[in-house]
Design a protein around this ligand. Structure first.
Ligand SMILES: Nc1nc2c(ncn2[C@@H]2O[C@H](COP(=O)(O)OP(=O)(O)OP(=O)(O)O)[C@@H](O)[C@H]2O)c(=O)[nH]1
Ligand SMILES: [Mg+2]
Length: 433
């Protein structure tokens, strides 16, 4: 396994748990990458098989001793568990090991704290951190907490560590209020984009898949791209020009990862929701990653959670330069619609194919649907006529007006959203199920 040396970084011992349980098993390589991304200087990697969780330390007493010896030998500053620890387990372990202990949630929160750039991103991370810390205010190894800036202690949430719970609650309320304000501003920006009828294409995908690299090369900009997990936290929007389509907005977003701490998913929901409002999703996949199938599953799961799974999705299989004998190409479904593009963003291979496939998907996703409108919905009827979408009209058996529509799905979505409808909710209520 590859350990990056981070001279001057904190010396960390990684503890990886090998469970029997498929659902909770983590990837050891990803764990190392997470620790590297947090800037840890990895001194040792311990694998512990955990047949039965011990409530006190999570791991067995023998393993605790082994860890103690390892901490002493490497003069480690902290021990990181690739698992979610309860606050009391964290406390017990710190007391035994005489050094700081953080868990997977703490580690991911730390990376997020380092990466957040925008006001909203920082608020979101702080909220998640405060929530995580609120159960961990009493620690076993308190004097170390005063050493600011260590892994798991960074970010805006840190200043709250030494205050009492009342202040903590107040701070949480204050941040929530501020976040609401930022969110309503974001919603307004979104509405004005919608009014401008510019289609939005959102890049989604597992962390490190190459979204920002692709974004940069498509928009000729320089967004921070790096071989780190969660290099991008805040959504970045840029305008691009597509042949036959005209202007479109491309959005780069935060990468996904399995077992994202629940609170963090919640905190970043608003950011992720940017994707749920898109006209097209580009799902960027690291084609050379051995775990690509499980990464795809994780992304699909998050997309389902944020209500974006029904959107048109174009898969971009990236990093083909790392695979033998693959040329950039577009894969189409049986009706000729592009569904997958094989490219290398870094080498600039197949970028024109991504643009072509995007243009085709935005321009050619034609839908045919019969909708039933109440008389009070005459305004919508007029709008459908205005865009030339109506190919037939009659009175349905239930007395409603049936409009047979044929139009671009993106136009349909935009038109409805402008009228305050979520397209799938609209279809549920306006078609015969
Ligand atoms: N070999 C190869 N590496 C690539 C390619 N595209 C991106 N990379 C590398 O993959 C790493 C991750 O790229 P990013 O663009 O930061 O990935 P991301 O999906 O934005 O990651 P997060 O923002 O962390 O979610 C960087 O080191 C890139 O240089 C490619 O086509 N081939
Ligand atoms: Mg990125």
């Amino acid at each position: 396994m590859f350990f990056e040396r981070h001279e001057g970084g904190e010396r960390a011992i990684l503890v990886h748990l090998e469970g029997q349980d498929e659902r909770t098993r983590e990837d050891p390589q990803e764990f190392v990458e997470l620790a590297n991304s947090a800037g840890a200087d990895i001194a040792a990697f311990l694998t512990v098989s955990r047949h039965r969780p011990s409530p006190r330390f999570l791991i067995g007493a023998g393993k605790v001793e082994e860890l103690q010896a390892s901490v002493a030998e490497h003069e480690a500053d902290l021990v990181i568990f690739n698992y979610v620890l309860t606050p009391s387990q964290e406390r017990n372990l710190e007391r035994e090991l005489k050094c700081r202990v953080i868990d997977r949630t703490g580690l991911i929160l730390d990376i997020f704290a380092q990466r957040a750039r925008t006001h909203e991103g920082k608020l979101q991370v702080e909220l998640a951190q405060l929530d995580h810390l609120s159960t961990r205010l009493v620690r076993g190894w308190t004097h170390l907490e005063r050493q600011k800036g260590g892994i798991g202690l960074r970010g805006p949430g840190e200043t709250q560590l030494e205050t009492d719970r009342r202040l903590l609650r107040e701070r949480i309320k204050q941040i929530t209020r501020r976040l609401e304000k930022v969110r309503s501003q974001r919603e307004q920006a979104r509405r004005s984009r919608r009014r401008a009828e510019v289609p939005v294409v959102s890049l989604v995908g597992y962390t490190n898949a190459g979204k920002s690299t692709l974004f940069n090369i498509l928009t000729s900009s320089t967004v921070y791209a790096a071989d780190q997990l969660f290099a991008t936290l805040d959504p970045t929007l840029r305008r691009i020009e597509l042949e036959d389509v005209g202007p479109a907005i491309l959005a780069d977003t935060v990468g996904f990862i399995r077992h994202l701490p629940h609170k963090l998913v919640e905190a970043f929901r608003a950011t992720l929701e940017e994707s749920s409002q898109a006209d097209l999703l580009l799902h960027v996949i690291d084609a050379a990653d051995a775990d690509r199938t499980s990464h795809i599953e994780q992304v699909v799961k998050v997309l389902t959670e944020i209500g974006a799974i029904e959107l048109p999705i174009l898969e971009v299989y990236n990093k083909i330069d790392l695979l033998d004998g693959l040329e950039p190409h577009i894969q189409r479904d049986e009706s000729g619609v592009p569904v997958r593009v094989w490219v290398s963003a870094q080498q600039g291979l197949g970028l024109e194919l991504v643009e072509q496939a995007m243009a085709e998907r935005l321009g050619q996703d034609v839908m045919q649907e019969s909708v039933l409108l109440e008389h009070a919905e005459a305004r919508l009827r007029a709008q459908f006529y205005e865009v030339g979408a109506v190919v037939g009209e009659r009175i349905a058996d239930d007395g409603r007006q049936q409009l047979d529509l044929r139009l671009q799905r993106s136009d349909f979505n935009r038109l409805l959203k402008r009228e305050g409808w979520q397209p799938d909710a609209f279809l549920r209520q306006h078609t015969l199920q």
